[in-house]
Each structure stands twice: as C-alpha cells, then as structure tokens.
Design a protein around this ligand. Structure first.
Ligand SMILES: [Zn+2]
Length: 209
C-alpha cells in the first residue's frame, strides 16, 4: 500500500508540472519555448584522417553562435560531426559548392567546414563563409565555413540561414566590419530570427535537437 501511495503522489506531481507551462501561456507570460535546432557538422579532410580544423576550433564557432542566438530564444545544438572527403576541401567554383548537396543530411542545419572557399564573383578573393543554396534544388542548402574564418562567421552564416541580410553597422553580426567592440544582432534582427525559427518549428522542417 505504501508503495502505491508513493506512485500516486509522484503521478500527481508530474501532472501539476505538466499543467504549469499551459497556465503560463494562458496568462500571457512566457511564450512556448522553441525546440533546439540541430547542427550537423561535416569537416573536410585535407588528406585522409587530417581534418582542416579540429573539434576545439569548431566548438568555439558553435559557442559564439549559441551565445549570439540566445537573445532570440533560439537554441542551437551540435548533433553530430563527420568527415567530408578531401575533394570537398578546397571549394573553387559554384559547381564545387553545389556538389556539397550530396553530403547534406535531411532535417538538420548542415555546417560544412572546408579548407578554403574562393569567391565565385571575384576569384581573386577568398571568403570566410557562405550560406549556399544548391542552384538546381534551392531547398537543399548549407552553411559553409572556411578554415580562415574569424570567430563570428558561423553565427553570420546562420543569420542568413534564419533569413537575415547584411548590415552596414560596425560590429553587427551581419556586417563585414569588426572594430574589436562586442558583436551582436540588433533588436529587429532578433525578432526576425525568432519569427523564422517559429516558422521552422511549425513546419517541422528540422528534427528537434
Ligand atoms: Zn553574409
């Protein structure tokens, strides 16, 4: 009998716990939390067994993105990391970027880390990152981060992934200019990210992480 009462008490507690978020919403307080978004990381190898960047470097990029997206209520979580064949290491052309579609995992935000990323409009330059849609199948898209990327590049490209364009304001995540001051999204960008994230969550475009 004693053990049965304990079970009933525990069930009562969890039932009350389940009610609380609904009551909070009904009262117009905290909005429903969004599921965390899954980051699937693929790291090109320069040669077999030699990734272009190590886990610590990639985790630092992710940590910056997590910090910068937190004010939007958007959580990002690494759900896996795998190697990309050496042929993906140096991306020279649009066709090279398109070829990454073969390595895209469904229902995840795919982040491809490569050795170098040539600018396809100005071939004398190299990029630090890009948000790339396959030209034939634009719904297949990924974020590409090059080994020369500064710490906020993943966050910048994820900004594009969540629908943001560029900013001309120094030290905005979406600008090209850094002065050494703290980097952030502005309130309008935060709202736009949150809105895109709500849309992704509603459409179940991504597997919750
Ligand atoms: Zn950009």
């Amino acid at each position: 009998m004693i053990s049965r009462r304990v079970v009933l008490a525990a069930a009562g507690l969890s039932f009350a716990g389940a009610l609380a978020p609904g009551l909070a919403r009904a009262a117009g307080r905290a909005p429903a939390p969004l599921p965390a978004f899954p980051l699937s990381i693929a790291v090109a190898e320069e040669a077999a067994g030699t990734p272009v960047r190590d886990d610590a470097w990639i985790d630092a990029q992710i940590a910056e993105a997590v910090r910068l997206f937190e004010p939007a209520g958007v959580a990002l979580r690494k759900v896996g990391s795998r190697a990309l064949a050496p042929r993906f290491s140096r991306l020279e052309t649009r066709a090279d970027r398109d070829a990454l579609a073969a390595a895209i995992e469904p229902r995840r935000i795919n982040v491809m880390v490569v050795s170098s990323l040539r600018d396809v409009d100005d071939p004398g330059r190299f990029r630090m990152g890009v948000h790339w849609r396959n030209r034939a199948t634009p719904e297949r898209r990924c974020v590409i981060v090059a080994a020369n990327a500064r710490p906020t590049v993943l966050a910048h490209e994820l900004g594009h992934f969540f629908g943001l364009g560029h900013s001309g304001v120094d030290d905005n995540v979406m600008s090209y200019t850094r002065t050494g001051a703290p980097v952030s999204f502005d309130p309008a960008q935060i709202e736009k990210i949150r809105s895109a994230a709500r849309g992704y969550a509603a459409s179940k475009a991504f597997e919750p992480a």
